[in-house]
Ligand binder design. Structure first.
Ligand code: GLN
Length: 490
């Protein structure tokens, strides 16, 4: 087994491979994302500035939704066709091609590139996470959590450096150069993954539950049918001359909500789901719903909060204005600092038998994300009342600090929880479902961000603060029931 080789910070050697792959993959993803909203406003969309901003935040939300939604078919491909190993490899190559396509300055290339990145990320992201779980097969739950905390560092090292480099190149030199650099990062990830593959043992080599030929052709039929329906609808829209990018945005937003519901129904109906696994999936539904609200709020940082950063924060340092996209480095940097502290805190509390269970951590996460938007509401009010219309960087820095503490209570915990609650044959797909919570949050967020302009910053952000706080309190109250459903999982 990989565990008997030399270790990586006390973790299985295969972690080093997955760590580096994820680091570069996230570098490319967060680099691209840091400039996406700004590029949409400046270089892709047409019309008056206010309309472009509104549409850019919607496209951004929906695009995130699509990328994270792609994690489900990606999980299916690994569980049932290829095994995670190959899914991650193919995914990585497709993502790199996507970024290089974005480097080509043309509108058509832009949308093709986004499509490639979504497809590749769907194949890579859930399955690399499931492989991390695979490194800890048969080990204690605490060690698995620690493994995921380490993996989370990789995510945020990549995510922290990228906006600085890609953001600077994109905003200050040339958008396409920025996208190209993201592609170079992803290429490094793939090379490293292939070279480090020998440390992964047999993890993810085979599909966990290979699809039968009938199942395969049923899927092909369904995919063909729905692709046909989508293309036909688009063609009709174009022919009638009614087409607007907002139609695509709206359809995808609805899908972001409908798809998880259908998916949960399908899992509950699956005859292979045993009676003792059923309550665990029920518990997972509640964690899922909470995570949706969390990411709905959290992921506005790349859209509304980036536009706020761009227009309403004073970014001058000694006569030079730093790029607005640089704010996107703040959260990952804080994660890198805080993740080890939290990991140590959980371990310390665990040794005294006082570690909060996952339900309490999720409730805390909601209170914190609510608190962060409470601060954002105040920042909005301060900007509105200032003579220059701008506020100091400290407002957004405090927003991101509180958000990051919330993230520490939810995101690595949720990843680990998903691998624990998932029946083994479903692990890729449950991982996909975990990321689907981000998708749904973002699909809704593409809709709700349009309330920002009419409501004004103060009212808009305060509204979310109240909703999140209410969700946190309810989750705290429901904790006991959840623990009963979770059985032996903490
Ligand atoms: N920042 C984390 C990552 O990129 C979490 C993202 C998410 O699950 N929404 O993996």
């Amino acid at each position: 087994t990989p565990g008997t080789e030399k270790t990586f910070f006390g973790h299985p050697r295969g972690m080093a491979t997955l760590f580096m792959t994820e680091m570069w993959e996230r570098f490319s993803w967060y680099g691209m994302r840091a400039i996406l909203t700004l590029y949409l406003v400046a270089g892709v969309l047409d019309g008056p500035l206010e309309d472009r901003k509104l549409l850019a935040t919607a496209v951004y939300g929906v695009y995130n939704a699509v990328v994270y939604m792609a994690a489900m078919p990606g999980g299916w491909v690994a569980d049932r066709l290829w095994g995670a190993r190959k899914a991650v490899l193919v995914g990585g190559i497709v993502i790199a091609l996507g970024h290089f396509t974005l480097a080509v300055p043309s509108d058509a290339a832009f949308f093709v590139g986004l499509g490639l990145i979504a497809t590749g990320t769907g194949l890579l992201k859930p399955n690399i996470s499931a492989m991390v779980g695979g490194l800890y097969e048969g080990e204690s739950s605490a060690r698995r959590d620690a493994g995921f905390s380490l993996f989370y560092m990789a995510i945020n090292i990549g995510g922290g450096v990228a906006p600085l480099l890609v953001g600077y190149l994109g905003e200050n030199v040339n958008w396409h150069l920025g996208f190209g650099v993201a592609g170079v990062g992803m290429t490094l990830a793939v090379v490293q993954y292939v070279l480090g593959g020998r440390h992964l043992g047999d993890i993810g080599r085979e599909p966990t539950r290979p699809a039968t030929p009938e199942e395969k052709s049923a899927v092909v039929r369904k995919v063909a049918l729905w692709t046909g329906v989508a293309v036909a609808a688009l063609v009709i829209d174009l022919v009638l001359g009614t087409y607007h990018i907002e139609h695509i945005v709206s359809v995808l937003a609805v899908l972001g909500v409908v798809v998880p519901i259908l998916y949960f129904v399908a899992i509950f109906r699956d005859p292979q789901l045993s009676a003792e696994e059923r309550p665990k999936i029920k518990a997972f539904v509640w964690f899922f719903a909470t995570a949706v609200l969390f990411w709905l709020i959290y992921d506005q940082s790349g859209s509304l909060l980036t536009l706020f950063a761009d227009e309403k924060t004073d970014r001058m340092i000694g006569g030079w204005e730093f790029p607005a996209s640089w704010y996107q480095s703040v959260n990952p940097t804080m994660v890198i600092i805080l993740a080890p502290i939290f990991a140590a805190l959980w371990v310390k509390l665990a040794t005294r038998n006082r570690e909060p269970g996952t339900p309490v951590k999720f409730a805390l996460a909601m209170l914190l994300i609510g608190g962060s938007f409470g601060i954002m509401g105040l920042a909005g009010a301060a900007a509105a009342n200032s003579d220059t219309g701008k506020v100091t960087v400290f407002w957004l820095l405090s927003v991101y600090l509180v958000q990051t503490i919330g993230e520490m209570c939810l995101s690595p915990v949720g990843l680990s929880l998903s691998t624990k609650l998932a029946p083994k044959i479903f692990v890729g797909q449950i991982m996909g479902l975990w990321f689907l919570a981000t998708a749904t949050g973002n699909a809704l967020n593409g809709w709700v961000t349009r309330l920002n302009a009419p409501m004004g910053d103060a009212a808009y952000y305060t509204m979310w603060a109240i909703i999140a706080a209410a969700a946190g309190v309810s989750f705290m109250v429901a904790g006991k029931k959840l623990r009963a459903l979770m059985g032996n999982v903490k």
